[in-house]
Write a protein that binds this ligand. Sequence first.
Ligand SMILES: [Zn+2]
Length: 229
Amino acid sequence: MQYIKKNDTPPTEWENWFKTGLGKRSFDYGNDYSSLRNLGSAKKFLIEEQHGLCAYCQQQITLDNSSIEHVIAKEHNKELSTNYYNLVVVCKTPPKDIHTGKLHCDKERGSKLIPPLIFVSNSDVNHSKNNAYFDAYADGTIVAKPNLEDVHKKQAEVFIDVLNLNHQNLKDKRAKDVLGGLITAYSSISKYQKDKNSFWQIQFDRILKNQKYPFRQFLLIYIAKRLGK
Ligand SMILES: [Zn+2]
């Protein structure tokens, strides 16, 4: 649920990164994945493009704990399997949810289609023209924003459901690791409303500036709500 800004053109080396040892352009067309010796360069490029965050859940990712993901799965469109605009990087090997046994991100969605909310619609909450699709709660839950038009609400719900973005681990991390620290700091400051508002404004500005902040979109939505934005 992050907005990923793709370049107007693919990087100049893009095609080379997807060539096999025989010079054939290939990625997931057959069993030659391991022969793509330059695939790591593509992955590195995509991770930087996403500021080191999973395209779906916004956990921090590295070269080692991530994998390249086809937004439109190759089962639906083989021709897009090396297309720069169809590839993102996502977190790898999530544990099973202790309640439901489900995974999250690409491991949960398999080849299901997902609404394209990572490129066009996952709004920057600081931009008044954009319509935020998601709402965020203190317990780490993400839901579709209640006042959306039906078509957009459905898109947000499908996005959350197919990728299982309310996996217990993700909720815990959002609530405890990132928001918990802020709420603790908030509760220890002056009781004066003015100070409390400025506290959240400072946090909002700080996170907005830092594109590498884990669960950034979740936090921005949560804080914007507190600020009445
Ligand atoms: Zn993820």
